[in-house]
Design a protein around this ligand. Structure first.
Ligand code: ZN
Length: 273
């Protein structure tokens, strides 16, 4: 349910509490971002979501803020996909703005996207060290405690000045019983595995398999969705990699390859890929 132009009811607060959003794009009537790439609507559409933004900086230290780093990764992936052609692309944000978590998958759903990828970067507790990228899909139960902790941190993005704006996490478990959601789960996991496969030798991964946790941003029930944690901002190697043009290129090439193989499989044209 969506109210008039660019105005959304705040989940958990009822429809009397309204949040005004300025979403990117020229299609002001629908409040949806512009779809880039071929004008042929039969071409597959991927929605790229740069995590956080605006008043929500995400993880980070000093000048290295998650919201900035992941926006550059999202733009690099957009550019790579458009350069290769054949795929339509939309971004939930292409500048530094705040978007509520539930709105992000909703944009993918309303655009009837074929794929959704949310890009993030993490930071470990002081005194602990972790390294590498991690690929997540939605689950009501995390693969492990670390995955659950990370999902909790990412879901807290809608908690501004101590006020919880959206209570979306309560709904995450409920939608999993839906059969179509299970099919989406399988597709999401297959796509996540492709990122690991295509990233091999190009990106360092923390885990060799797709992880799962209750990420609110992954709850579009009819769009295969993956959350990509690109690395740890407080790990100097990871931070340097994520912030560098070479690191962005490696990310964009690996994920673009995974997206192309995924769509080729979906179209039935290349089952052997
Ligand atoms: Zn994040």
């Amino acid at each position: 349910m969506v109210a008039a132009d660019r105005t959304f009811g705040a989940p958990g607060r009822g429809w009397g509490y309204v949040v005004q959003l300025n979403l990117p794009g020229e299609d002001a009537r629908a409040g949806l971002p512009v779809v880039l790439g071929p004008e042929d609507a039969s071409r597959p559409l991927v929605v790229i979501d740069a995590g956080h933004g605006g008043k929500d900086p995400g993880a980070g230290i000093g000048q290295l803020r998650e919201k900035d780093l992941v926006l550059r990764l999202a733009l690099a992936l957009r550019d790579e996909l458009l350069r290769q052609g054949g795929v339509r692309v939309a971004l939930t944000r292409d500048d530094d703005r705040y978007i509520l978590l539930p709105v992000r998958p909703d944009i993918a759903r309303r655009l009837q996207a074929d794929l959704f990828i949310s890009i993030h970067a993490d930071s470990t507790e002081v005194g602990t060290i972790a390294r590498g990228a991690t690929v997540y899909v939605l689950s009501d139960r995390g693969s492990n405690e670390a995955a659950e902790r990370i999902a909790k941190r990412e879901n807290a993005a809608d908690e501004i000045n101590g006020i919880r704006i959206a209570e979306q996490s309560d709904n995450v478990g409920a939608i999993l019983v839906d059969l179509s959601q299970r099919e989406m789960q399988a597709k999401s996991e297959a796509f996540g595995s492709l990122i690991l496969r295509e990233g091999r030798g190009r990106l360092p991964f923390r885990e060799g398999t797709v992880q799962s946790a209750a990420f609110a941003v992954l709850k579009a029930p009819d769009v295969p969705s993956v959350l990509f944690e690109s690395g740890y901002i407080n790990n100097p190697d990871d931070a340097a990699r994520i912030a560098s043009p070479e690191g962005r290129r490696a990310f964009a090439e690996a994920v673009a390859s995974a997206i192309r193989v995924h769509f080729a499989r979906e179209s039935g044209q290349a089952t052997a890929l």
